[in-house]
Design a protein around this ligand. Sequence first.
Ligand SMILES: [Zn+2]
Length: 336
Amino acid sequence: MVFYAHPRSDDPSRRASPARKRETEARPTMWTRLLPALRIVPRHVKWRVARIVATLIVLASAALAALWHGLPPSLASLRLPLAICGLLWAAYALWCLWPRLRLGIAPELLADLPCPTGQRVRLSFDDGPTPALTDRVLDLLFEHGVQAAFFVLTHKARRCPDLVRRIVAEGHILGLHGEDHRTALFRSQRELRASLARARDELSALSGQPISLYRPSHGWKNRALLSALRRCGLRLVFWDHGVWDTDAPPVDVLLKRLQLATPAPGEAGPAPVILLHDGRDDRTTLPSHSPALLAALSAWLPSLNAQPPRKPPQPQTSDEVRVMAKEGFNQKIINP
Ligand SMILES: [Zn+2]
């Protein structure tokens, strides 16, 4: 299975040729992707973000006022350095919490999901696997000839190893989401490294293949995580569009968000990576958004591929899954 590593900017093969220039022009940037993404963000999320930003502005203003008027005159020379430190800390916090900010991440630590031929989006599922949901999602993907990536939590994966093996056997990409759903914030580099190494090895043993891709919980990152990932040989995978499926919106609302995230046929640029969930954080019960997710996928997946619908497989054992995958689905996947 082939993944794209982000090329280094000093790679001679990247230097301008007419074809490379056209490709660069067509490739959407963070900003050209931001506007369509904003149209998908639900109103309550926009309000939540607006409240957080307003609170931060008030707190920053209060801190600056205290700095300028509260410090004794003998410490006046510290005002500017303290203000700059505060600003840098705020910028770092924003970088940690906003998945779209990838400045400063070494290219070899980032990976792009491959885009299967003819697919207009790259699907990804987090927080699973969940029995009675992940298998239904796999049925739908198989039926419509769509390939996806699954970033799993190992404490859930060990409860249903057959689902993990089925993900791999049907040609989907398997990545790590962590031992559990805790974020990297306020954890030491040593603890993160040990946790990631344990999770990587366990998922590798469950699936029978090496694991090299990692998606952080909520997309949050920090310097300690980057360092731990480098030591564990893992690369970060983010997404372009979230659709807030775990809020359990009505089917028509979720479907509308998925359609907004889908480029028109023939649209330039790489297929966007869409974030969905076949589980919900560390909970092991069937999540409340399952019915809406399955209904929306049933309505939306036929529009992604020109493949005729296929009958969902009904395997009984892991061996049967592997045989089916070899004979059918695996033949058409990933042609990067
Ligand atoms: Zn997650």
